[in-house]
Design a protein around this ligand. Structure first.
Ligand code: GCO
Length: 391
């Protein structure tokens, strides 16, 4: 159509994750790790954005911007704080969230598990424990009432590849030499748990199930064609391959990395970097989506996370506009992309780095929890509302 228009029904969303915004996730493994002296966390998550109580306001702000979808996650540790003991109150909470989204005309996209797990699950072997897949399948069954009415899209496990390598940082000393790569047993454990969860979700008519993969636009430098293939294969393709045949795959991408014949190269001299040291490179989404389409063999794609950590909100406005332009062009090449979710709705708890990095479309005052919509959110909202990029 030449006007840079996005298809009818394209989902325009923002993403969040329970532990990063809810506050008081005391039964999760991270809560414990965050309070372990000498650990790698800059600060504990604490009250986060108090979104467990303020979610209606958050969904309202998202809807007011003109966005049509909210991707949030369940906190498994609230729902199943002890093995096999399910909290009716927590399930009710998430069911109300789904209803609340629908009432505001917002399609909920629900992630079942986003990085953190219940303490008992970590104690009993984490994802590589002997019963992990059974446990996750049982949890998936328990949350069917939450996702059975009006939820079109469910992400089972979020970024297994990031979760696997984060483990090396959580247990200092256990890292293998060189840049961390998920161990084959870990890959297999995640894939098995995902498969079991998808089987359970198949009982819900009209629900699309998939998982989300942490993607980087890996670009070869010099004679590194082979090296870059191997680099991507170990870190992301093994997880993308598992999405073949799923209803969709979530691609989560923030930046590119340059790969030389001997591995990762530093960010080029003079390149702009973000608050967390990644290169500012909005076009990464195109490379990552193109690659995912190739590896999954045409599984529909949802960009479930894309964004930038910056204190300068004008850089975010530019980032989201350029990223969407790049996404539009890769869709013109034929990639089947169903939606775009900006990371993140709110400034939030960025894992080991705490609250310093600002990824949000909306700022959150750390002492009053007051929300302030940033100008970049309106820039994004205008694109979402019109389905057109600015000239
Ligand atoms: C994930 C991501 C998010 C991060 C974001 C920025 O696991 O989905 O790690 O939780 O906050 O990618 O680093």
């Amino acid at each position: 159509d030449g006007g840079g228009a996005f298809p009818e029904g394209f989902l325009w969303g923002a993403s969040s994750a329970a532990h990063q915004i809810e506050g008081g996730n005391v039964a999760s493994d991270f809560w414990e790790l965050e309070h372990t002296p000498g650990g790698p966390f800059a600060e504990p998550s604490g009250d986060a954005c108090d979104s467990y109580h303020r979610w209606r306001e958050d969904v309202g702000l998202l809807a007011d911007l003109g966005l049509t979808s909210y991707r949030f996650s369940l906190d498994w540790s609230r729902i199943e704080p002890e093995e096999g003991a399910f909290s009716r109150a927590a399930l009710d909470h998430y069911r109300r969230m789904v209803e609340g989204c629908l009432q505001r005309g917002v399609s909920p996209v629900v992630t079942l598990q986003h990085i953190t797990v219940p303490r008992w699950f970590r104690r009993s072997g984490w994802w590589t424990g002997p019963e992990a897949a059974d446990r996750f399948a049982r949890f998936t069954e328990a949350v069917l009432p939450v996702v059975s009415e009006g939820v079109g899209w469910v992400c089972t496990i979020n970024e297994p590849n990031f979760a696997a390598t984060l483990e090396y940082d959580l247990a200092p000393g256990s890292a293998p030499p060189g840049p961390a790569v998920p161990a084959p047993e870990t890959v297999e454990a995640f894939v098995t748990a995902h498969r079991r969860s998808v089987e359970v979700l198949r009982s819900v008519p009209g629900l699309s199930a998939g998982w989300t993969v942490c993607a980087v636009d890996y670009q070869p430098v010099g004679d590194a064609g082979k090296a870059v293939d191997e680099w991507a294969r170990l870190r992301q393709d093994v997880f993308l391959e598992a999405a073949r045949g799923d209803d969709f795959v979530g691609v989560q991408v923030y930046t590119r990395e340059l790969i030389g014949p001997d591995g990762r190269l530093p960010v080029p001299d003079g390149a702009e970097t973000t608050q967390i040291g990644w290169e500012y490179y909005p076009e990464a989404v195109a490379g990552a989506v193109r690659h995912a389409a190739e590896i999954t063999g045409g599984t529909p794609i949802m960009v479930t996370e894309n964004g930038v950590a910056t204190a300068d909100d004008t850089r975010r406005a530019e980032y989201v506009t350029r990223a969407l332009r790049a996404l539009r062009s890769v869709m013109d090449e034929g990639a089947d992309v169903r939606g775009y979710f900006h990371w993140s709705l709110l400034d939030n708890f960025e894992w080991l780095l705490g609250y310093a990095p600002a990824f949000g479309l909306i700022a959150v005052d750390r002492s009053t929890f007051r929300r302030t919509v940033k100008p970049s959110a309106r820039v994004y909202g205008d694109i979402a509302r019109t389905g057109h990029l600015p000239d």
